[in-house]
Each structure stands twice: as structure tokens, then as C-alpha cells.
Design a protein around this ligand. Structure first.
Ligand code: C2E
Ligand code: CA
Ligand code: CA
Length: 585
């Protein structure tokens, strides 16, 4: 099974970051509600005094109710307003409520002592109890807020060095991204720090990490670099520096040189001297990426490049080609793993004759990614060719396709032909023919049931070696198809000499075939040339009924395309054969 540790860490990190954000973030209630509560409180207080004064009655749901009864209702609503003010608006709400409640005391006391209104006595008590309640609510709220603040601090601080952590760095960047302010993110990785940890132990390793953090923090705080810098520790021996207030990339470089110098001064711990170096890769907002996550990817791509480069100069700026290199390196890693675990899968796409009779399959390589999706061969085949891994891919697919063929032959099928792709680079290898021979022996399939697809580019460097190779394949009894025909520059004279059995018209010609008369004639000409040279002709990438009609009219022999069948897993291909043979009977 392919398990990508880096992907796993990145996904887990995102999840943890999100959870922490949810825990400590507290959304402020919009201030408009503060005024709504004040207005509501004022209205209810007016109604409260009015209802206390009026002696009449009012019919509610058929019952006659005295106005005085509503005093309690209005008083409760007023208290709720006061409590909500404290709960939702913290200090502001608390002060407002206290002013309101304390401000009522003189009126109540005047009512009681001077005007001799005894019914203001309950009002005095209600006020006292409400004041006690809101003081309690306010204090409890404050302690919850303090706790949240503490959580937040822990969530954004690196436990070892006290520096802000990755989450804090992201928040910091997001702030400037929102303001659209230019800044640079620098990813820093200490060189060979694992060796330091392994040789002197984690305690000393931790002290070195703390010393580096202190040095860089002091340098950033001193503003000596001339730029505004923010230092974070991302974990392990990785740090980040966010640089602002500069006018050119040169200033970033000069700041980074200062951080490098500061790092490379000897670090003395327990009377031993240590020397540490680091690599720096940086990317800029908004030029290289527009989100903090993508900026990290860009800065990391530059960092990885500088680490691989093995030069003395350790600072590199991101360029867009680096991201491609980084992605390719990741795919190459997945490819190596898939080869190692023999996890390169083989899908089969059906090939039919023009009357819709199944006559064969093309074996196509697939790599399943960690998330269950497939990486396209158009992506990993060129990488496999560059990395010298293509022969291993070809062999794995060949083996799986041949095993499948052996199984269906054992079940009595004797006409399905299996086409497999062989890269030109692979074919040019000195031991290619021996490899093919041993594969045939191993899988025990008759050579004449296998067709090798080689791209037309073989004819560009059509040399003696290629001719010898092709002839030997033919001598073994295998068939040969020229793939992607029409895209290369093969001349008719080469084509005439080339001992192929089939021409495969490239999908790009089928795509445009019905868009102009000239394109249609072009395809018809390829088919005629193929027939003149005694070659069978198959069209690939046939998707629509009108393409099929044209190909039938122009005399194409075979069809491969989504219109009649997509590439499918081996089990599905077996079912398809069963259905097709059933149809024949
Ligand atoms: P190819 O040999 O030209 O294979 C045909 C490609 O066209 C396949 O893509 C197939 O899925 C796709 N295709 C077929 N019919 C249709 C259609 O109707 N519509 C569309 N849109 N596409 C269609 P796939 O599987 O992605 O393979 C891409 C290329 O990767 C192949 O092109 C081949 O050059 C290479 N490849 C795949 N497997 C192997 C392998 O085992 N060894 C080597 N050397 N190359 C391989
Ligand atoms: Ca092919
Ligand atoms: Ca092709």
C-alpha cells in the first residue's frame, strides 16, 4: 500500500489548525445589537412605568386582564436586556448596565423617602439583585475569556522556544494578505540537524534550537536588518521568517544574510562549541502565491531546491519552474514506491473492429494516489522516462497484461490481442529483446497474441539498432503498431521500410476530423496510405457517433475510444469478454 507520510502530516496539520482556531476564536457580536438592546430596554422601561400607573383592563384571549399584570412581563424583559448586554458586550455591556442600574437608585430613593411611594421598595431590591447577578456574570465571563486567551496563546506559541508557531505565522500572513501588503515568507531548515541530535542528544539539540530562536528574535526586535521581521518555529528544525517593509528583493537577501551570520556564530553549550548552518528558501506575496498555504509550498520548493543543490550559497528565491520540479519530485517518489510495491496497475481499454466486434485491448498503466484517485500516465510516464524508470513500468504492465491474457486463453479465448506500450527509450536498451523473451517465457503466452505499440518518434532516430530490434520482435512472432501516428515527422520511405502491422491514428486528428474538409481528407489519406503499405489502421480517441460514421465511411479497420469503451480494471475487462462471447453465441 502507498502511504505518503508528507501528505498525511499536511492533512493532520490542517485539521489540528482548524480545530484550534475553533476553540480559541470568539466571534464578536456586531455592535448594532448593543444599540438594539439599549433601545429595547428604554422602550420596555417606559412601558413598565406606564403600566404601573394605568388602572384599566385589557382583553387577552377572551380574558379581562388588568394593565398592572404586565409590569412583571416588562420588568423581566428589561432584566434580560441588561443581562444580554453583559454577556454579549463584556466590559462595555457591564459598564452600561451598571450606569443604568445605579442611575435608577436616586429615583427609587426619592420616590420612597420624599414622595412616599412604597411600591418602589420591590424596585430597590430588584435593582440590588440584578446588580449582584451582573457582577457575577461579568466575573465568570472574564475568567472564561482569560482561559480562552490562555488557550489561544498556547495554540499559537511553540512550546520549546516560545516563538510563534506555524498557526501564528499563517494568521500573521493572512493579516497582510487581507491588506494586500507585500511580504516575503522564508522557509528555513537547519542543515543536518538530525546528526546533531543523534550525536549529542535531544537535550543539547533543544538548547541549540532555543539559542537560535533567541538570537533571531533579538535580531528581529532590534530592527537592525532594516526590514520588519517576524520569526516563527514551524516544528523540528524548521523556522519561518516573514519579512515586510522592503522595497526590493535585494533587501530580503541582505536581511537573510544577517540571519545567516547570526546563526553561524558559534553556539556554546556546557563548554562545548557547536556550529550550525541552514538553508533558506523564500517566496513573495502577492507575486508567487495568494494564500498562506500556497506561499509555504512555494517557499518550501525553493528551500528543497537549495538543499538538493549542495552548494555553499544557501539562500534561494522561488521561481515557478521550481514548483513543477517539486511536483515532479513528489510524483517520482510515488512512482518509485509503486514500482517497489509492484503497485503499478494495469487498466485495459477495448479495441473493436469497425463492425463493433471486440478484438483486443490496450494495456494502460495506472498509479493509485493516497486519496484513491489515479495519477494520469500522461503525467508520470514522462517522469518515468526522465528518471530511467520507464522500463520497469513497461515490464510491470506487460507482466500483468500477459498474465490476464494467459488466463483468458486458458478459459478458451483464442482471438483477443493484447497491445502494450513500450517506450522508445526502453526499446533502445541493450537487453530489451532478452527481457521480452524471458517475459514471454515467464507468462507463457503465445507471442502472436501480443502487439507492441511504439510511438512514431522511433522513426525519427530510425537507426540500425532500432531496425534490428523491431525485426527481432517480429521474429518472435509479436505484432507491431505505430502509435500516435501523424504527430511525428516520419517520411513515407521510412514507413515503407518499417516492418509494422498497424498504424494508430492519433486522437488529435480524430478530434478535429469533422471540423473541416481538409482534416477529414487528412485522416482518409492516412487510412489509404496504411492500406497501400499493407497495414491495418486503428483510430484512437473516438468519442462521438459522427466521428464513428466518418471512420466507417473512410474505411478505418479498428476503433478504440470512449464511444465503445473506456480503460477499465482487469475484472471488468473479463466481464466484458464474457458478455461479448455470449453475444457471439
Ligand atoms: P496512448 O498510448 O496514446 O494511449 C491512449 C490514451 O488515450 C490513453 O490515455 C487512453 O485512456 C486515452 N483515450 C482512449 N480513448 C479515449 C477517448 O475516447 N477520449 C479520450 N479523451 N481519451 C481516450 P492514458 O491511459 O491516460 O495514457 C496516456 C499515455 O500514457 C498513453 O497514450 C501512453 O503513451 C502512455 N502510457 C500508458 N501506459 C503506459 C505504459 O505501460 N508504458 C508506456 N511506455 N507508456 C504508457
Ligand atoms: Ca498506446
Ligand atoms: Ca496514442
Amino acid at each position: 500500500m502507498n502511504f505518503n507520510f508528507k501528505d498525511f502530516i499536511n492533512k493532520s496539520r490542517k485539521k489540528i489548525d482548524n480545530n484550534l482556531k475553533n476553540i480559541y476564536s470568539r466571534k464578536n457580536t456586531p455592535i448594532i445589537f448593543y444599540f438594539i438592546l439599549l433601545i429595547l430596554y428604554t422602550i420596555v422601561s417606559i412601558l413598565l412605568t406606564q403600566s404601573a400607573k394605568v388602572a384599566g383592563t385589557i382583553p387577552v384571549f377572551g380574558q379581562i386582564i388588568p394593565y398592572g399584570i404586565f409590569t412583571g412581563v416588562f420588568s423581566s424583559i428589561a432584566n434580560i436586556c441588561i443581562i444580554l448586554l453583559v454577556v454579549l458586550f463584556g466590559k462595555l455591556g457591564f459598564i452600561t448596565s451598571m450606569i443604568i442600574l445605579l442611575g435608577q437608585f436616586p429615583i427609587l430613593i426619592v420616590n420612597l423617602v420624599i414622595i412616599h411611594t412604597p411600591n418602589s421598595i420591590p424596585g430597590i431590591f430588584t435593582n440590588i439583585f440584578t446588580i449582584i447577578s451582573i457582577i457575577c456574570i461579568y466575573l465568570i465571563n472574564q475568567s472564561i475569556q482569560k482561559f480562552q486567551e490562555k488557550l489561544r496563546k498556547q495554540a499559537i506559541t511553540d512550546g520549546l522556544t516560545g516563538l510563534p508557531n506555524r498557526l501564528a505565522a499563517m494568521e500573521y500572513m493572512n493579516k497582510f494578505i487581507k491588506k494586500n501588503e507585500r511580504f516575503a515568507l522564508v522557509s528555513v531548515d537547519l542543515t543536518n540537524f538530525k546528526r546533531v541530535n543523534d550525536s549529542v542528544g535531544h537535550d543539547i539539540g533543544d538548547k541549540i534550537l532555543i539559542e537560535i530562536a533567541n538570537r533571531w528574535k533579538n535580531l528581529a526586535d532590534s530592527l537592525k536588518t532594516g526590514t520588519s521581521d517576524f520569526i516563527a518555529r514551524l516544528g523540528g528544525d524548521e523556522y519561518a521568517i516573514i519579512i515586510r517593509n522592503y522595497s526590493s528583493s535585494l533587501e530580503i537577501l541582505s536581511s537573510l544574510n544577517m540571519y545567516e551570520e547570526e546563526l553561524e556564530r558559534k553556539i556554546t553549550i556546557n563548554n562545548y562549541d557547536y556550529y550550525v548552518r541552514a538553508s533558506f528558501g523564500f517566496a513573495e506575496f502577492p507575486f508567487d502565491a495568494e494564500t498562506s498555504i500556497n506561499l509555504f509550498s512555494c517557499a518550501d520548493a525553493a528551500l528543497h531546491k537549495v538543499q538538493r543543490a549542495n552548494t555553499n550559497y544557501k539562500i534561494l528565491r522561488f521561481t515557478s519552474e521550481l514548483l513543477q520540479l517539486e511536483q515532479n519530485a513528489e510524483i517520482e517518489q510515488k512512482l518509485r514506491q509503486a514500482i517497489e510495491n509492484e503497485a503499478i496497475e494495469c487498466f485495459l481499454q477495448p479495441q473493436y473492429d469497425i463492425a463493433h466486434k471486440l478484438c483486443g485491448f490496450e494495456a494502460l498503466a495506472r498509479i493509485k494516489d493516497t486519496d484513491g484517485t489515479f495519477i494520469s500516465p500522461s503525467v508520470f510516464i514522462p517522469i518515468a522516462e526522465k528518471a530511467g524508470l520507464i522500463d520497469r513500468v513497461d515490464v510491470l504492465v506487460f507482466k500483468k497484461a500477459a498474465k490476464f491474457l494467459a488466463e483468458i486463453i486458458a478459459e478458451g479465448n483464442n482471438d483477443i490481442i493484447m497491445s502494450t506500450n513500450i517506450s522508445v527509450r526502453h526499446m533502445m536498451k541493450s537487453n530489451f529483446i532478452d527481457e521480452i523473451k524471458s517475459l514471454l517465457k515467464l507468462t507463457n503466452v503465445p507471442a502472436n497474441r501480443i502487439k507492441i505499440e511504439i510511438t512514431e518518434s522511433i522513426m525519427i532516430d530510425f537507426n540500425e539498432k532500432a531496425v534490428r530490434c523491431i525485426n527481432e520482435i517480429k521474429e518472435l512472432g509479436m505484432k507491431i503498431a505505430i502509435d500516435d501516428f501523424g504527430t511525428g515527422y516520419s517520411s513515407l520511405s521510412y514507413l515503407q521500410k518499417f516492418p509494422a502491422d498497424m498504424l494508430k491514428i492519433d486522437k488529435s486528428f480524430i478530434d478535429v476530423m469533422n471540423t473541416s474538409d481538409a482534416s477529414k481528407k487528412y485522416v482518409a489519406t492516412i487510412i489509404s496510405i496504411g492500406h497501400i503499405l499493407n497495414l491495418e489502421v486503428i483510430s484512437e480517441g473516438v468519442e462521438s457517433p459522427d466521428q464513428l460514421d466518418t471512420l466507417q465511411e473512410t474505411g478505418c479497420d479498428y476503433i478504440q475510444g470512449y464511444i465503445w469503451g473506456r480503460p477499465m480494471p482487469l475484472e471488468e475487462a473479463k466481464k466484458l469478454i464474457a458478455v461479448e462471447t455470449g453475444k457471439e453465441i
